[in-house]
Design a protein around this ligand. Sequence first.
Ligand SMILES: Nc1ncnc2c1ncn2[C@@H]1O[C@H](COP(=O)(O)OP(=O)(O)OP(=O)(O)O)[C@@H](O)[C@H]1O
Ligand SMILES: [Mg+2]
Length: 387
Amino acid sequence: MGSALLVDDSEITSERIGRRAEALSARLRAAGERAFPPTAQKFLRSFTSGEVAQIVGVSDGYLRQLSLDGLGPSPDLSPGGRRSYTLEQVNQLRAYLAEARPKESLKFWPRRRAGEKLQIITVANFKGGSAKTTTSLYLAQGLALQGYRVLAIDLDPQASLSTMFGYQPEFDIPENATLYGAIRYDEDRVSMKDVIRPTYFSGVSIVPGNLELMEFEHQTPRHIMASKARPEDLFFRRVAGAISEIDDEFDVVVIDCPPQLGFLTMGALNAATGMVVTIHPQMVDVASMSQFLLMTSELVSVIEEAGGKLHYDFLKFLVTRHDPRDVPEQEIVALLRDLFGSDVFSATAWKSTAIANAGLTKQSLYELSRGSVGRSVYDARWSRSIR
Ligand SMILES: Nc1ncnc2c1ncn2[C@@H]1O[C@H](COP(=O)(O)OP(=O)(O)OP(=O)(O)O)[C@@H](O)[C@H]1O
Ligand SMILES: [Mg+2]
């Protein structure tokens, strides 16, 4: 491996960078494959009846009685008499309870009722590493656990969100299978249905990402130049247009944005009904967020001048990777709360090794059972999941 570090004077710069890229990519792939072999199919563990009681909001004793009476789904029974449910069964249980206890049906079956619009939540900030992808992942999975039908859209060419859902951008995602396929300008455009895939996490579907998404950033200026475009064909309307094709099939769409304010992000901002800005509470990040907000405001005014209407139901700030014992961080969080008030989520995402590790093992905390993480992390997960 040492030879990779030797500088060869005859090598041109692009080759030298390329060689570094290959070495790093091979090493990462090897580490990733050890943790999660490419052939491994991701599947979700089942949940104990105690967990299910907590997720669904009934008592464990009531669940036990239901299963003894043969009502609702039949959980798996271990030799020790412990009951466990797959997430599909949790949803069957929700459907059963909603019907059996109609007064509480909204609680058990919180899906859109007639007349309610699809919520489209965009997670954005151009600061890299502010936990956009982690937030999108937990938001999508957390909402699915609550019984919602969720569509996660990976708008980042780096495709970290797709990877977390078990899709490897280089191997598993062919051409025209990202959102680009559904928003491109030429005749190769496909329908939104064609780019949506199921995931192992029941209730979450995904539009995966890969480098192909960059094409939208390249093609859009050409499209604008050649603009005989009709208003409905405007570039920033294309993401919203694609989502409207599948409007009825989901309750919430979660869009993981790339760390820049390009044309894709503008499309997501235009499609959104709500926005979450993730912020790591460090001074440099706060300074860059101020730039982000200024630029976003300018971009949004461009959209508004072109006749786009953005009526967000909320624009919230989520403090991420937060170490609540760190005094400078406490001060920054206090500053944010002072400035933005209740627009800052009162819950913050605490910094945790278990969350950071999940990037390599490709598992969120929801997927780990109690034994495999520290008790405090596990308990915090259920009580703090975003409500
Ligand atoms: N609460 C947390 N505790 C510890 N580590 C975290 C936490 N949230 C995120 N991380 C880690 O921080 C890193 C950056 O997170 P993430 O990829 O979600 O950020 P991002 O904003 O999507 O980055 P990018 O701008 O590159 O898309 C990852 O390694 C992730 O595992
Ligand atoms: Mg990301």
